[in-house]
Design a binder for this molecule. Structure first.
Ligand SMILES: *Cc1c(COP(=O)(O)O)cnc(C)c1O
Length: 326
């Protein structure tokens, strides 16, 4: 196997670097699924991370690896979701300037939420592409540093710290079910888990609608897919046609990918909601795959609950039986 872009020692270094700045989240047993499947099913409750999602790990590690002169010029992103939130939070904690570039189509409440996190908002153009151009301009002309959402070794190493915690809390783990989009999370976790417990399976789980990494793995190279609305909105978006880090990691290390319908994702949210875990669609996919019988438990199985940032009215509609976003 050719050398991979992130190693176990990168992840161990990330753990030491971010210690005290991110929460070590709890792992709890899903009693209902454990009884039903006859194997322990464990929930890694990362939706209880400070920003409501794991992306704080990667963003914090990325910022802490930058030299002071680059930190002094600030960091920039175009993400309005969990990554943008993580970058804003990590920057505020380190007293670093953060700029979030948005198109003018982003709703006012989202703009306010980003400002509340202490980030500077730049409204440019009428599309995500325009916002991305402003990021490139800030990098080229102002010397700011972009913190990429997934395709970056420091970001992946930060997310991989979850793999260390999973093996520490469940040394006999047989399978880890990881939500999959750009592959920073799954790639990082797979590096750690495969190094510490090679016999464990690491499976990427995502939605049928717009599964970019799944399509890319099938094609043998990064490809684009059409983006469609999904309950698992945090799993949308491509992997980047110039992908350097997460595609090679996922190709080398994942034991498989599983695709879910919207109804299956809704059932996962409901199952977790009934146990008091209020999670977003992206975070419910591992449990949804078990409930749907698309992954067979073959020993202790850990599902990563990656984030909890779901609108409460949407969550209430799903708990009441709704199955779709629109
Ligand atoms: C970003 C995100 C993911 C997917 O992470 P990738 O590194 O892009 O694969 C999963 N769940 C939540 C809640 C996220 O915010």
């Amino acid at each position: 196997m050719s050398a991979l872009p992130v190693t176990l020692s990168d992840i161990e270094a990330a753990r030491d670097r971010i210690a005290g700045r991110v929460r070590r989240t709890p792992m709890v047993r899903d009693e209902a699924l454990t009884a039903r499947l006859g194997h322990p099913v464990l929930l890694k409750c990362e939706y209880r991370q400070a920003t409501g999602a794991f992306k704080l790990r990667g963003a914090t590690n990325a910022l802490l690896t930058l030299p002071p002169e680059r930190l002094a010029r600030g960091v920039v992103t175009a993400s309005t979701g969990n990554h943008g939130r993580a970058v804003a939070h990590a920057a505020r904690e380190l007293a670093v300037r953060a700029v979030v570039c948005l198109s003018r189509l982003v709703p006012q409440n989202k703009v306010a939420a980003i400002r509340d996190l202490g980030a500077e908002v730049r409204i440019v153009g009428a599309s995500q592409d325009d916002a991305m151009l402003e990021v490139a301009r800030a990098v080229a002309e102002e010397g700011m540093t972009e913190v990429p959402p997934f395709d970056d070794p420091a970001v992946v190493a930060g997310q991989g710290t979850l793999g260390l915690e999973i093996v520490e809390d469940c040394p006999e783990v047989a399978s880890v079910l990881v939500p999959l989009s750009g592959g920073g999370l799954a790639g990082g976790i797979a590096v750690a888990v495969k190094a510490l417990r090679p016999q464990a399976r690491v499976i990427g789980v995502t939605m049928e609608r717009g599964a970019a990494m799944h399509a890319s793995l099938a094609a043998g190279r990064p490809v684009e897919v059409e983006e469609l609305p999904s309950l698992a909105d945090s799993l949308g978006g491509g992997i980047g046609l110039q992908n350097r880090v997460t595609f090679p990691l996922c190709r080398a290390l994942l034991d498989g990918t599983v695709l879910l319908t919207e109804a299956e994702i809704a059932a996962g949210i409901r199952h977790l909601g009934r146990q008091g875990h209020t999670v977003e669609g992206a975070a419910a996919v591992g449990i949804a795959a078990l409930l749907a019988g698309k992954v067979r438990a073959d020993g202790p199985t850990v599902a990563l609950l990656s984030g909890g940032n779901i609108a409460l009215d949407l969550h209430a509609r799903i708990m009441a039986g709704a199955e779709a976003v629109a």
